[in-house]
Design a binder for this molecule. Structure first.
Ligand code: ADP
Ligand code: MG
Length: 732
C-alpha cells in the first residue's frame, strides 16, 4: 500500500541540490547593490541634500519638507535604473513579520483623457502613505471609520529593492500619533539610550556626542523538505508538529553540530548569503545547530535599527530561497518536541561616536570605571525590569522553547562569569565612603576579560543564561527565532536608558553635595550592585533548584503567557516608558490587546488542527489497523483449537485493547477541547479570552498528543499517515 507518506519520503530522498549561480565578483564588489545606502545617495543626490539627510540621521533632527522631494527624485532614478517599477512603504506591524502595499510609479501625464502616463515618485509619496491597513491589529486604537493609520518614512534606514519594488522603511502610526508597529518605539528607545548614555559618558569624557546601540542577531531555524512538509498539516498551518513520537535517534550523539553542512542546505545557504550581501547584510557565520536539520546564520553586528530591518529582510529571503531549494523554512521556536528549539540570540552593546565600546573592558582605570558603570547599570536595569524583559520575548510559540532543551528558562537572570562577578563583589565589599582607588581598579586587570569570559568560564553553564555577559556585549538569549528583535531591543534600550537617567541624577546630586566625582560614582554603583544581586546567577539555569531559588529571590517566575504580558502595563513599566518617552499608557494597553488576540488565535488554530488531525487522520488509521488485528484474531480461532487460539491471540487482543483505549481517550479529549473552546470564545475581553485559551484549551494538547504518539508506536508503519520525526529531522 502506498500512502502519501511513502510517496513524499521517496520524493524527498531522491532530491538533489538545486544549482545556484555563483557571482563572479567578490562580495565586496556587489555588497549593498540593492540598497540606497550612503554611496548611492552621494551619487544620486546633491551635496546639499546629502548633508541635510546625513545630519538628520546622525543627529536625529527632523527633515525639512522640501528635502524629501529631492530625495524622492534621486531614489526614483536609482530604483528605475535597477529595474524597479513599483514602490512600497515597508513597515513592521504588531503581527511580526513585515507588511507592504505595492503601488506602481505610473501616473497620468496630464488629464486622464489624454491616456498618457509617466513614472513619478514625489516627496509626498516618499514621506507618507496611507495604506488601507485597517486589517492590521491596533488594539482598538484605530477606529476603522475615523482614524486611519499611516506610514511615515524612516530616513535612518536605507531604502532597498526587492525584485521590481522599491521598499521604503517606514513607521506605522495611527492618525492620532500612537505607535502601531515595532519600529516607532525602537527609534524612540534608541534616541533615549543615546541621550541617557551621552550624559553618563560626559561624566568621564566631554567629547562624547552620540552613543549608538548595536545589535548582532543569531538566527536559528529548521529546514524540512517541502514534500514532507506538505504531508504534515500541522507544520503547514501552525509551523510546528502537534504530534509525532520521538525518533529513536535525535540529537543525543550531538553529531550534527560539528558535521558537514548537507549539500542541499549548503546550496541554500550560499544563495542566501549572496542575496544577503546584495542587501548590504554582512552575513558572517553559517553553521549547523545542535538539533538535526537545524541551522544558524549570523551577520557582523550593526546599528540596532538597521540590524532589525536586516533581520526581517533575511527572514523573508530565507523563506523565499528555501522554497526555491525545495525546503520549507521553520522559524517556530519549537517545531519538534524533544529536540532543541530555535532562538535568536540578540548580542547587544553600546558604543560612542569616539569609538569606545561601553561594554569593552579598557586598559586604563578610567576606561574600566566607565565600563563598570555601564555594566552595573545594565544589570540593575535588567533586575528592576526582569518581568518586563521577559514579556518582551514571550509569545505563544517561544513559551514552548523556554525552559525546554537548550533554552534559557522563563526566568530572566544575568550571567557575568566569575571574573566580572569578582570585580563587582570587590566594589560591593569596599567600605562605605572608601572608594576603590583608581590604582586598584587598574589592578583588577579587567582587560583580561577581553579574552572573552566564555573562554575562562565553563561555557555550558553560561549557555543556560537568558542574559549573559560575553566579553564585550550582552547576549539576550531568550529572544525567539520568529520574533521581531525590535520587541526585545526597544524594551532593553528603554530600561537601560531609564536606569542611566537615575544614575546621572543620583551621581549629580552627590557631586552637588560636595562629593568627589569618583566617589559619587562608586557610591552609587555600590548601592546598585547590592540591590541588583538577586538577578545575578551563574549556575545552571535549567535546574529545578533554580526555579525555587529564583522565586525566593523575588524574580518574576510567572509562566502563563497571557499573564506575563501584564508586565507591560504595570505601574512601574508605564512610568519607565513615560520617563524615556517611548510608549504611553494608551499604546501599552493597545499593544497588549494585540498580544492577547494573537495568542488566542494561535492556540485556537493549533487546537483546531490538532482536533482535525486526531479525528480525521489518526483515528481512522488506528481503527483500520485495529480491525486488521481483529480479523487476524478471528482467523486464528478458525485454525486452532480454543486453548491454543487463546494463547496465540493474546498479543493481538492486548493491542486491540490498547488501541481502543487510546482512541477513546483521544476522542473524549478532543470533544472536551472543543467544548472548552466554545466557552473561551464567549469571552469578550481579550485578556480573559487569552487566559481561558491558556488555562482551558491548551492543557488538552499534551494529553491528546500523548495518546496519538502512543498509537504511532503501535500502528503498522506502512499505513501511518504523517511523516515521522525521523523522516522530518533526518532527510535533507
Ligand atoms: P556565539 O554563537 O558564540 O554567540 P556568533 O559568532 O554566532 O557567536 O555570534 C556572535 C554575534 O555577536 C555576531 O553577530 C557578532 O557580530 C555579534 N557581536 C560581536 N561583538 C558585538 C558587540 N560588541 N556588540 C553587539 N554584537 C556583537
Ligand atoms: Mg551562536
Amino acid at each position: 500500500m502506498s500512502t502519501l507518506r511513502f510517496k513524499v519520503v521517496e520524493e524527498a530522498f531522491k532530491r538533489e541540490p538545486v544549482s545556484i549561480t555563483v557571482p563572479k565578483e567578490f562580495p565586496s564588489e556587489y555588497f549593498g547593490k540593492y540598497v540606497f545606502n550612503r554611496t548611492k545617495m552621494s551619487k544620486y543626490l546633491s551635496k546639499d541634500t546629502m548633508n541635510v539627510i546625513i545630519k538628520a540621521i546622525d543627529e536625529g533632527v527632523t527633515l525639512p519638507h522640501n528635502i524629501s522631494e529631492h530625495v524622492a527624485a534621486g531614489m526614483k532614478m536609482w530604483a528605475m535604473e535597477m529595474g524597479a517599477t513599483h514602490y512600497t512603504h515597508w513597515f513592521q506591524p504588531l503581527t511580526e513579520g513585515t507588511a507592504e502595499k505595492h503601488d506602481s510609479f505610473i501616473e497620468y501625464n496630464g488629464s486622464p483623457l489624454e491616456c498618457d502616463i509617466l513614472e513619478r515618485f514625489s516627496g509626498k509619496l516618499l514621506a507618507q502613505q496611507e495604506p488601507d491597513a485597517s486589517s492590521f491589529p491596533s488594539g482598538g486604537i484605530r477606529n476603522t471609520f475615523e482614524a486611519r493609520g499611516y506610514t511615515a518614512w524612516d530616513p535612518s534606514s536605507p531604502a532597498f529593492i526587492v525584485e521590481d519594488t522599491l521598499c521604503i522603511p517606514t513607521v506605522f502610526i495611527s492618525y492620532t500619533g500612537e505607535a502601531l508597529d515595532y519600529k516607532t518605539p525602537l527609534l524612540k528607545s534608541l534616541s533615549a539610550i543615546d541621550k541617557a548614555s551621552v550624559e553618563v559618558c560626559n561624566l568621564f569624557d566631554k567629547n562624547v556626542k552620540k552613543v549608538y546601540s548595536f545589535l548582532g542577531w543569531e538566527q536559528e531555524f529548521f529546514l524540512v523538505d517541502q514534500a514532507l512538509y506538505s504531508a504534515r498539516p500541522d507544520l503547514m498551518l501552525t509551523d510546528r508538529t502537534l504530534m509525532g513520537h520521538d525518533s529513536a535517534k535525535n540529537q543525543q550523539l550531538e553529531d550534527h553540530y560539528f558535521g558537514a553542512i548537507p549539500p542541499r542546505v549548503a546550496a541554500f545557504m550560499r544563495e542566501l548569503e549572496f542575496e544577503a550581501y546584495r542587501y548590504g547584510i554582512p552575513i558572517k557565520t553559517r553553521h549547523n545547530e545542535v538539533a538535526p536539520n537545524q541551522f544558524e546564520f549570523a551577520p557582523i553586528y550593526g546599528e540596532t535599527n538597521l540590524a532589525v530591518d536586516q533581520n526581517l529582510i533575511v527572514m523573508s529571503l530565507m523563506h523565499k530561497i528555501a522554497n526555491k531549494h525545495n525546503f520549507r523554512l521553520l522559524l517556530h521556536e519549537k517545531p519538534f518536541q524533544g529536540v532543541n528549539g530555535s532562538g535568536k540570540h540578540c548580542n547587544w552593546s553600546l558604543g560612542t561616536d569616539t569609538g569606545v565600546g561601553l561594554f569593552t573592558p579598557g586598559k586604563t582605570a578610567e576606561e574600566n570605571l566607565l565600563f563598570v558603570t555601564f555594566l552595573v547599570n545594565t544589570v540593575m536595569a535588567v533586575y528592576t525590569h526582569n518581568a518586563l524583559l521577559k514579556a518582551s520575548i514571550m509569545s505563544a510559540s517561544n513559551t514552548h522553547r523556554l525552559g525546554a532543551n537548550e533554552a534559557p528558562p522563563a526566568i530572566i537572570s544575568v550571567f557575568l562569569g566569575t571574573h566580572i562577578s569578582a570585580v563587582l563583589d570587590k566594589i560591593e565589599e569596599s567600605a562605605e565612603n572608601n572608594i576603590i582607588t583608581m590604582d586598584e581598579l587598574k589592578r583588577m586587570k579587567l582587560g583580561v576579560a577581553h579574552v572573552p569570559e566564555v573562554l575562562i568560564d565553563n561555557t555550558d553553564r553560561n549557555r543556560t543564561s537568558p542574559f549573559a555577559f560575553t566579553g564585550n556585549r550582552f547576549e539576550f538569549r531568550a529572544v525567539g527565532s520568529s520574533a521581531n528583535c525590535s520587541s526585545a531591543m526597544f524594551v532593553l534600550n528603554s530600561v537601560v536608558a531609564a536606569q542611566l537617567n537615575s544614575f546621572t541624577k543620583e551621581v549629580s546630586a552627590k557631586i552637588n553635595e560636595g562629593m568627589h566625582r569618583e566617589q559619587a560614582i562608586f557610591d552609587t554603583l555600590r548601592s546598585y550592585i547590592k540591590k541588583s544581586k538577586p538577578i545575578r546567577f551563574d549556575g545552571n539555569g535549567y535546574s529545578d533548584e533554580w526555579k525555587d531559588e529564583a522565586q525566593k529571590r523575588g524574580l518574576d517566575c510567572e509562566t502563563s503567557v497571557p499573564l506575563i504580558f501584564d508586565a507591560y502595563t504595570s505601574q512601574q513599566s508605564v512610568e519607565m516608558f513615560r520617563s524615556v518617552s517611548v510608549l504611553n499608557t494608551v499604546e501599552l494597553s493597545a499593544r497588549n490587546e494585540v498580544k492577547w488576540e494573537v495568542y488566542t488565535k494561535k492556540i485556537q488554530i493549533e487546537s483546531r488542527v490538532l482536533g482535525d488531525l486526531s479525528i480525521n487522520h489518526i483515528i481512522p488509521v488506528a481503527t483500520k489497523y485495529q480491525s486488521a488485528l481483529l480479523d487476524n484474531l478471528y482467523k486464528i480461532k478458525i485454525v486452532f483449537d480454543e486453548v491454543r487460539a487463546a494463547e496465540l491471540s493474546e498479543e493481538d487482543a492486548s493491542l486491540i485493547e490498547q488501541i481502543a483505549t487510546h482512541i477513546s481517550i483521544i476522542k473524549k479529549n478532543v470533544d472536551a477541547m472543543v467544548e472548552a473552546r466554545k466557552v473561551a470564545n464567549k469571552m469578550e475581553d481579550a485578556r480573559e479570552k487569552a487566559i481561558a485559551y491558556s488555562n482551558m484549551v491548551e492543557p488538552y494538547f499534551n494529553v491528546i498528543r500523548y495518546h496519538v504518539d502512543k498509537l504511532e508506536l503501535i500502528v503498522d508503519n506502512e499505513i501511518w499517515p504523517l511523516p515521522k520525526y525521523r523522516e522530518l529531522l533526518f532527510i535533507s
